[in-house]
Ligand binder design. Structure first.
Ligand code: B3K
Ligand code: ZN
Length: 885
């Protein structure tokens, strides 16, 4: 909790640290009602800043200082200054040792930052600025140090004692206690520090690196979860191999550990050699985790592992550079997931997510550049822009340089900066130097916020056989900047002839080989590209694979979109054509709903989706993606003013129409796939994910018919499925159905069966919170009283509150403002206990400019109520004040 007005911090004020910490020796005495931390820091004046010895200002928060010594000199209260955030001492020589002892209280730490307790075990979360809640330190990523950590605790309660690096010694400490010392040979910033003490079991395996070293791999969990670690272990081994093969990166310590904890503010944390994970990102087995959960575990294990190079060996100079490690690492984990599963489906899912959620962020009050220029609370900047758009920016460099050029650049980056704390500019410079290219203009992607628009028009000259595409780019104003300079926009494209074939693409003035798909770079505000030898007017396929994070528009009519759906050689664009067709059809329905006329749907969408569904040659995962209509959240994002009711009504109407018209094919595909599921063992692989996905989307459509045979099928699947994917989908379908008795029976039996598994109960909460049936808020409020619910656990908050505000738009946006009031009350409550979670749950209220004037007024009133509710954490303060600005 803050004690002074939160301050804005600026990138332009960055200064190198006055002092360096060569060695950090930590001792933790862990007790049930307090913890003692002793830190010995071997320090010196930063030689680059001259010989003068300015005061040494250490970061520290919520610490009870017990003693300070400079060298062998004990300091008394008159010898140092202390405030709520700092300890200041005056060094008397250029090299010295600083010893401090503090008392802290992990047992009452509800913010889950620093050292805290979760389900009886001690664990840490230090990124970004949590280490200062453990001891006085230079808590900034450009201060890198060699850490030695000794921890002692009660032997019975905490048989396992872990920290970063390699275990070097351990022993008893009296009768009841024991201790262990860990040494990390790699220099690291404090945000990568970790400690764990608890009663844990582990699954152990090994990995032999490309140079033949054997690494011990351990996944630590609470004893009852020991049977749910295999998928994470396999994912880890696959990630280690992939990083060697694709990036030439080898693991560097003798041991790599993952620990699963139940109370965690986000997905996981890449602490050196000791990753700490939200249990939801580790535990997975068929009976208790869905296919989506299996894929998420695989992706997060990979992401955190990849950070060992992109983040740990080469780290960030300051937090404005966060995307240096996060954008790059998301790009790396997307490549991994694409290789492990279907690359096209992975791309579709990533783009659908980016367009819905990151585009909304980029158009809202918290919009910021991939490398922001200022912030109040860094925790608020672990955003979709820094992560997902940051990954798109790295992906564009990959597109521009090609796979080989990109690899040369990444090799140079890792080699040049190993052991350093660097900037996004350093990353781009390595890419430039390795390839002899100039990316100066490209770097605007790092400094300019907002989603660029790219409007494309065409002209065909039948006599000259030339075809021109004119691109006009613009970027809307964002809170940080009004005027934007043109971006470098790589546009991957093809031209289709009337037979559905790709034409050879030769630009005016070019000779030699011509391919049927290529990348052109749009670099000016307006730019025309003319293709020659074009025998007939073609249909363009633009922005293939979503080659840039922009909003592209081209005046396709519906028949042209259907043509692209059928003939485009780019799988991503076949899906995108389907989405654009669906958007056009849904927008008609929205307009009809607003006009109060009868809803009449363009049957071309039915026909197009019917063809897709009836084609047994297509990958069922692709069929599923094509059948998934644009979400209400996406339709909201692309609306000038979002009409919540019309969007919901239009989409539900379209779903019912599709269900009725395609009933027979849906039913046939459902039954065929369910039959395979019934006779096949659960396998967590792409082909099986695809089959179950199609089966389940078919079931959800079929249920809209209300027919008894579908109800029976849903119940059969719910009762007899041997895996959570089928069971949970059947539950969701029943929960959203009009069959009240069957719904309640299913919910009760599910809760009874899984009441002891908190992650499964999260799914149970989430399915109900997301149900669009009337009375959503009352259901959520009742569920908050359920014994399995607690506001102290972030997963529970996300499952119930997050699903309600993020997925149940029709109930959250209830015209009386009850949904808004509910979220605001919770934010006020969470602000006092867990500011990071409070600030996240606040996001849906910040988009108030998107809605009609009545809802705008209600949303603003709630934001104002939060602002006036008392002492705000810097997290909540920043989001509320920027939203109301
Ligand atoms: N680096 C962490 C995120 C830390 C968030 C701190 N509020 C997880 C990740 O991106 O890998
Ligand atoms: Zn990360």
């Amino acid at each position: 909790m803050r004690t002074e007005q939160p301050k804005m911090i600026y990138l332009k004020h960055y200064k190198a640290p006055e002092y360096l910490i060569d060695e950090t020796h930590l001792t933790f005495e862990l007790h049930d009602d307090h913890t003692l931390v002793h830190a010995q820091l071997v320090m010196r004046r930063n030689p680059e800043l001259g010989a003068a010895l300015p005061p040494l200002v250490l970061d520290g928060q919520q610490l009870e200082l017990l003693s300070v010594a400079l060298g062998d000199q004990d300091l008394g209260p008159g010898d140092y200054q202390l405030d709520d955030n700092h300890l200041t001492v005056q060094p008397v020589s250029a090299s010295f040792t600083l010893d401090t002892s503090v008392r802290i209280h992990p047992e009452t730490n509800t913010a889950l930052e620093g050292l805290y307790k979760s389900s009886g075990m001690f664990c840490t979360q230090c990124e970004a600025e949590g280490f200062r809640k453990i001891t006085y330190y230079l808590d900034r990523p450009d201060v890198m140090s060699r850490f030695t950590t000794t921890l002692s605790a009660d032997k019975l309660g905490y048989p396992i004692l872990l920290s970063n690096g390699n275990p070097v010694a351990s022993g008893p400490d009296g009768d009841d206690r024991h201790w262990a010392t860990w040494e990390d040979p790699f220099m690291k910033p404090a945000y990568l520090f970790a400690l764990v003490a608890g009663d844990l079991w582990c699954v152990e395996d090994t990995f032999t690196t490309m140079s033949g070293r054997e690494v011990t791999l351990r996944i630590y969990v609470e004893p009852e979860n020991i049977d749910k670690c295999q998928h994470a272990m396999i994912s880890l081994q696959k990630s280690m191999r992939w990083d060697e093969e694709v990036y030439g990166r080898e693991y560097d310590l003798d041991i790599f550990m993952i620990v699963a904890v139940n109370d965690f503010n986000m997905g996981a944390m890449e602490n050196k050699g000791l990753n700490i994970f939200n249990s939801s990102a580790v535990l997975a087995r068929a009976e208790t985790a869905t296919d989506a959960a299996h894929q998420r575990v695989e992706a997060i294990v990979a992401h955190e592992y990849f950070h060992n190079w992109s983040g740990n060996r080469v780290t960030c100079r300051d937090w404005f550079q966060l995307s240096l490690k996060e954008g790059f690492t998301v790009f790396r984990d997307s490549g991994f997931s694409a290789d492990m599963n279907s690359a096209t489906v992975k791309r579709i899912q990533d783009v659908a997510f980016l367009r819905t959620h990151q585009f909304a962020e980029d158009a809202g009050p918290m919009a910021h550049a991939v490398r922001p220029e200022s912030f109040i609370e860094i925790s608020n900047f672990y955003t979709l822009t820094v992560y997902e758009k940051g990954s798109e920016v790295v992906g564009m460099i990959h597109t521009l340089l090609g796979a080989e050029g990109f690899r040369k650049g990444s090799d140079l980056y890792f080699e040049r900066h190993d052991g350093q704390a660097v900037t996004c500019d350093d990353f781009v410079k390595a890419m430039e130097d390795a390839n002899g290219v100039d990316l100066t203009q490209f770097k605007r992607w790092y400094s300019q916020a907002g989603t660029p628009r790219l409007a494309v028009s065409e002209a065909y000259d039948a006599a000259a056989h030339t075809y021109s595409l004119t691109f006009r780019q613009s970027c809307p104003a964002t809170p940080d900047k009004v005027e934007k300079l043109p971006f470098v926009i790589p546009v991957s494209l093809g031209l289709l002839d009337s037979q559905g074939h790709g034409l050879a693409l030769r630009l005016q003035g070019e000779s030699g080989e011509a391919s049927t798909s290529r990348v052109i770079s749009v670099t000016e505000a307006e730019q025309t590209f003319t293709f020659v030898d074009v025998p007939e007017k073609p249909l363009p396929s633009l922005l293939r694979g979503f080659s840039a994070p922009v909003k592209l528009s081209f005046p396709y009519d519906r028949d042209q979109l259907m043509y692209l759906m059928q003939h485009d050689s780019d799988g991503f664009n076949r899906w995108d054509a389907t989405q654009q067709l669906a958007v056009q059809v849904l927008q008609d329905l929205i307009t009809q709903h607003q006009a109060g006329t009868e809803l009449v749907m363009d049957q071309r969408l039915v026909k197009a989706l019917g063809t897709v569904l009836g084609n047994p040659e297509l990958d069922p995962a692709m069929v599923t993606e094509m059948l998934s209509l644009p979400s209400e959240a996406y339709l909201t994002e692309i609306s000038e003013v979002a009409d919540v009711d019309a969007i919901h009504a239009a989409r539900e109407f379209a779903r019912k129409q599709l269900a009725t018209s395609l009933f027979d094919t849906l039913w046939q595909r459902y039954q065929a796939n369910r039959a395979v599921s019934k006779t096949t063992e659960y396998v967590a692989e792409a082909e099986h994910f695809a089959r179950r996905a199609l089966q389940n989307i078919a079931l959800s459509y079929l249920m809209l018919s209300g027919r008894p045979e579908v109800l029976a099928a849903a119940q059969e699947q719910f009762d007899h499925a041997d895996n959570m994917t089928e069971r949970l989908s059947a539950l969701a379908v029943l929960v959203n159905s009009p069959f009240e008795a069957e719904r309640n029976a299913a919910l009760a039996s599910f809760a009874e069966q899984f009441k002891d598994n908190p992650l499964v109960m999260d799914q149970w909460f989430s399915v109900q919170a997301a149900s669009p049936l009337p009375g959503g808020l009352a259901r959520v409020q009742a569920l908050m009283k359920h014994p399995a619910f607690t506001l102290k656990n972030p997963n529970k908050v996300r499952a119930l509150i997050g699903s309600f505000a993020g997925q149940n738009l029709i109930n959250f946006h209830a015209a009386d403002g009850s949904g808004y009031r509910f979220i605001a009350d919770l934010v006020i409550q969470l602000n006092a206990t867990n500011p990071q979670i409070a600030s996240r749950q606040l996001a849906p209220l910040t988009r108030w400019r998107k809605y009609d004037s009545a809802r705008q007024a209600l949303l603003k009133a709630e934001l104002e109520r939060i602002r006036g509710s008392g002492e705000l954490s810097s997290d909540v303060y920043e989001v509320v004040s920027k939203s109301l600005a």
